[in-house]
Design a protein around this ligand. Structure first.
Ligand code: TEU
Ligand code: CA
Length: 557
């Protein structure tokens, strides 16, 4: 495989609104990030992905952009961002911006002009359709946040526009070459600033199945999941290839796609050599347990399902390209709360989960707070405590399925995106050291127990475990094996054990005992050295290794 500059890197995702507030307005900002660059450098971070900080009404927390060339004043100024890019660069850290181009905000100039003149040039930047009787909609597709994906066009009772997400996020019409040209111009404007690349939002949605048509309803609301349309929409590759040619490839930029539902045959096109993207996220575990009925019907995830899903996905891309590995992001509940049984959740098991995913082939992404073991909220008493625009739909779908109010709040407690968006817990001071004032979203009440300050100086802390992991990937003795080594799942017949081998010039095995029970395993060859473990006294001889519950061992054979 041709080596690329991003292959051996460790990435970190910042959700700016919740990372660090520098000016005491309760909202995280760019200057807050600048102040933490040394912290991130010390953690071993090379690539920093910022969730959107562009000008936005924040209906979907910045994923609704009203000006692609400006910074929202709540996050700071363009000067602040230039300073962040420059200071990060000096520390060897590349800034990756979020590219949200499936839709913009309804407050974007383009949409305003489209409303003024739907038949004019900007009307063609969107999907605007006639709806003469004000009732018969072009399709029965359900938007991701619930309800129909069609909304009346402001000022025109006989027209509707398409929004696959929130109604304040009108979809951009990628079939229009003039729109595509505007997007590429904007991407290059940012790349010329010296950013390292982009994370590409919701990109699979840019190709619609046309002409518009209905699909069988899959819930009582009479609507149908967007997946049904996406499955039939072909030809997205032409857009993605053109975008890569016009932008990323010219700059050797890093690009990581938020891609769902791709077919096996498309993998080389997406992430192969000269693919549309440098990488795409491994969402194989994100989808686990999900039900088409809604989050209230989601199942528990077993350790075997977790292992089988990620191993299968890595085998699927083996020899083709690099996945980007996560245990959580700003759209997911906290990984430790989702993938570890509540009764077993502690520092030891959290480190196991960390080691399990971190050494997989591909690029590890750490989501802010993951490195200190941040957890989901413990209680939600009422909807007012929460913020996310996706919550109402989760709640209402649960109530419609006959859950009680209390049960519906419990569904949100487990699945709400707000779990990942509570402020970073820097210390045990008021507001967890995130801000000097009450933050925009509640601080997880567990901040006295879980915070960075208490972990920095504790060599056994989760934070220091993450530091050891990033350092091991950078150790020149092991880089070739960890980054480019072949991947072989092992001991697949043993339940609740995730074990894999990486081999190149060295042979490294990762053992992750994903359960409270001990296991004894035979060794293929004598173990040379333990490179990392969450246990101080791993017992082994030339023939076998003993793993206690939730032990993680990375060793050289
Ligand atoms: O998410 C896209 C997406 O398709 C989702 O699967 C997401 O998990 C869903 O919204 C859950 O309800 C991206 C962003 O990551 C997300 O924050 C935005 O809300 C969305 O696009 C729209 O820009
Ligand atoms: Ca602020």
């Amino acid at each position: 495989m041709e080596h690329k500059w991003w292959h051996g890197k460790t990435a970190y995702q910042i959700y700016p609104k919740s990372f660090m507030d520098s000016n005491g307005d309760g909202i995280g900002d760019i200057r807050g990030i600048i102040g933490k660059l040394d912290y991130l450098k010390d953690l071993g971070i090379d690539i920093l992905w910022l969730s959107p900080i562009y000008k936005s009404p924040l209906a979907d927390q910045g994923y609704d952009i009203s000006d692609y060339y400006d910074i929202d004043p709540r996050f700071g100024t363009m000067e602040d961002l230039d300073e962040l890019i420059a200071k990060a660069k000096r520390r060897g850290i590349g800034i990756v911006m979020d590219l949200v181009v499936n839709h913009c905000s309804d407050e974007h100039e383009w949409f305003k002009k489209a409303c003024e003149d739907p038949d004019g040039p900007f009307g063609k930047f969107f999907y605007i359709e006639d709806c003469k009787d004000g009732k018969t909609l072009p399709t029965n597709w359900r938007s991701y946040f619930g309800g129909s994906c069609w909304e009346k066009l402001p000022g025109h009772d006989d027209k509707v526009y398409l929004h696959v997400f929130h109604k304040k996020q009108p979809d951009l019409n990628w079939e229009n070459p003039l729109l595509r040209k505007e997007i590429y111009k904007m991407i290059n404007w940012w790349l010329n600033k010296g950013i390292a690349g982009f994370r590409i939002d919701a990109i699979i949605n840019i190709k619609k199945k046309l002409p518009f048509s209905n699909y069988p309803a899959d819930r009582d609301d009479g609507l149908t999941s967007m997946d049904n349309m996406l499955k039939e929409a072909t030809g997205i590759g032409e857009f993605l290839n053109e975008m890569a040619d016009e932008t990323f490839r010219k700059y050797d930029a890093f690009s990581v796609g938020e891609v769902f539902n791709e077919k096996d045959s498309e993998l080389p096109l997406f992430i192969g050599q000269n693919g549309y993207f440098s990488s795409m996220f491994d969402f194989s575990t994100t989808n686990l347990g999900q039900s088409s009925e809604g989050w209230h019907a989601a199942g528990e995830i077993t350790a075997n399902e977790y292992r089988d899903a990620i191993f299968a996905n890595h085998q699927r891309v083996d020899g083709i390209g690099f996945l980007s590995n996560i245990i959580e992001n700003h759209d997911e509940p906290r990984g430790v709360s989702r993938y570890i049984k509540a009764e077993d959740l502690n520092d030891h098991s959290k480190k196991m989960l960390a080691g399990l995913y971190f050494f997989l082939p591909g690029i590890p992404f750490i989501y802010q707070g993951q490195e200190i073991g941040m957890e989901n909220l413990e209680h939600i008493d009422n909807m007012d405590q929460l913020d996310d625009c996706a919550n109402a739909n989760i709640y209402e779908t649960s109530i419609a399925a006959c859950l009680s109010e209390k049960e519906a709040l419990e569904v949100l407690r487990k699945h709400s995106r707000d779990n990942a968006r509570t402020p970073f817990q820097w210390s045990d001071e008021e507001y967890a050291g995130f801000s000097s004032t009450k933050p925009w979203l509640l601080v997880n009440p567990n901040y006295k127990r879980i915070n960075l300050k208490s972990q920095i100086s504790d060599s056994d802390s989760i934070y220091n475990f993450y530091k050891k992991m990033t350092a091991l990937r950078k150790d020149p003795a092991y880089t070739e094996t960890l980054v480019y080594g072949s991947f072989t799942p092992m001991h697949m017949d043993i339940d609740n054990l995730a074990c894999y081998k990486k081999s190149a010039d060295k042979t490294i095995i990762v053992y992750a005992n994903h359960q409270a029970k001990d296991i004894v395993l035979p060794l293929d060859a004598p173990l040379k050295k333990i490179l990392l473990s969450n246990s101080k006294d791993v017992v082994y001889d030339n023939y076998e290794i003993h793993l206690s519950g939730y032990d993680l061992v990375v060793c050289e054979l």
